[in-house]
Ligand binder design. Structure first.
Ligand SMILES: *Cc1c(COP(=O)(O)O)cnc(C)c1O
Length: 431
């Protein structure tokens, strides 16, 4: 591999970040300079398998040539007009996206958190104008251990003390129920349902540690919402776009987002939030999808963003979604995921003193380390994995998420499982 044109070492670059950047992250000590497909390289030229995929933003693989070409070509023509004028990419993208996911309309934004904020605003406005909730009394039900982003309103309903502590006063109007608990949701919906605008949920809780709800939870929750005239909002920023072996996780195990014979099993949310892999990690793009009766509560001047729906974002996102379809990445994620969990389960059985369990769907998986969340074991395993050429990151202390790009081949996956097995075996020996 050609050396990047930098004379600074990994240690130098880490020092620069440490000295000049806010300390709002705690990265593994690896400095990356290049990425292609499932691989990334550090500044010294060492190659790694990427098992985080930028929190599932890089489902299509690093620097996918088709997506990068779309970016470069569009960048030469027009990058930003603001929404004060029309542009020649937005309408085409909106048509493509709404057909792709089966909704009437989309509201384009940039980051995931903005998408969630947008969904909350739409739901509240719908609550007042369509449902007849008395002014300023709308409630949104959320789930415990949720992760929906980092804005002041979103952290107001987080249960993570790091995310929330000393950032108050908090935005009112949110009520948390335990995740995957239909009884608790039923009870919450029974209390003044005329004031409840929406239920906001992740179909699998990614940041919490890849918590997969019981079969049927999402469908039953959506049906309860329908009965109470409460909007069902699915945050698929991490789970969407093929990651879990379905185009959307709310499709259950079907790959086609409601465009097939299994349509009756598709739980259609009233509002769908997408981000991350919608651009293949090439550019910040998020989207909020809904049908007309919901989306039309937003009128000119009531919501927007300077960069939202810019031509560059539109060209990139359209190509990124085409890649998902053309390369059958959803199907690949599903098949490789089955094999990955099989191999990890084998390790769990073999080394119960190190591994407690494996869980996940498609290529969104996690193993739980048999040690307390305050221990350094998961971190140390990740450091060792990096030495062996595989990058993963612990979440909540003793959970390791494994989420490689969906362009991985079977052979590469087997090689990666061998690396993980070697490292786990070395920890078992040392214990
Ligand atoms: C990453 C994520 C977000 C926030 O997205 P940002 O682009 O980081 O603002 C929101 N919801 C879920 C489920 C996510 O995984």
């Amino acid at each position: 591999m050609q050396q990047p044109s930098t004379t600074l070492s990994s240690a130098d670059l880490i020092q620069l970040e440490d000295r000049y950047g806010a300390h709002n992250y705690h990265p593994l000590p690896v400095v990356l300079a290049k990425g292609r497909g499932v691989y990334v390289w550090d500044v010294e030229g060492k190659r790694y398998f990427d098992f985080l995929s930028a929190y599932s933003a890089v489902n299509q693989g690093h620097c996918h040539p088709r997506i990068v070409d779309a970016l470069v070509e569009q960048a030469r023509e027009l990058t930003l007009t603001s929404r004060a004028f029309y542009n020649d990419q937005l309408g085409r993208y909106e048509e493509y996206l709404t057909n792709y996911f089966g909704f009437d309309k989309v509201l384009p934004m940039n980051t995931g958190a903005e998408g969630v904020e947008t969904a909350i605003k739409i739901a509240r406005k719908w609550g007042y104008e369509k449902k007849g909730i008395p002014t300023n009394e709308a409630r949104v039900i959320v789930c415990g251990q949720n992760f929906h982003g980092r804005t002041t309103t979103i952290i107001s309903f987080s249960s993570d003390p790091d995310a929330k502590g000393n950032f108050g006063p908090y935005t009112p109007g949110f009520q948390a129920v335990p995740y995957n608990d239909l009884e608790a949701l039923k009870e919450a919906l029974a209390y003044e349902p005329e004031k409840i605008a929406a239920f906001l949920v992740e179909p699998i809780q990614g940041e919490a540690g890849v918590f997969v709800p019981d079969e049927g939870f999402i469908a039953a929750a959506a049906e309860m919402c329908r009965q109470h005239n409460v909007l069902f909002i699915a945050d698929e920023i991490q789970t969407g776009i093929g990651r879990t072996g379905a185009l959307l996780r709310i499709c259950g195990d079907c790959t086609c987002a409601g465009h097939c014979e299994q349509q009756e099993t598709y739980t259609r949310p009233d509002i769908l939030i997408l981000g991350k892999a919608i651009s293949g990690g090439v550019y910040p793009v998020s989207a909020v999808l809904a049908n007309n009766e919901v989306m039309d509560v937003i009128q000119p001047g009531q919501h927007g963003s300077t960069f939202g729906g810019n031509p560059l974002a539109c060209a990139v996102a359209r190509e990124a979604l085409e890649v998902i379809r053309d390369e059958k990445l959803t199907q690949n994620a599903r098949q490789l995921g089955i094999r990955f969990r099989e191999r990890m389960q084998h390790l769990v059985d073999q080394y119960p003193q190190i591994l407690t369990l494996v869980r996940g769907k498609g290529l969104l998986n996690a193993v739980v380390i048999n040690d307390s969340p305050d221990s350094k074991t998961a971190w140390n395993i990740c450091v060792k994995l990096a030495e062996h050429g595989l990058l993963a990151k612990p979440t909540h202390g003793n959970i390791i998420r494994f989420a490689p790009p969906l362009v991985m081949t079977e052979e590469q996956l087997e090689e990666c499982c061998d690396i993980i097995a070697t490292v786990i075996a070395s920890f078992a020996e040392a214990k």
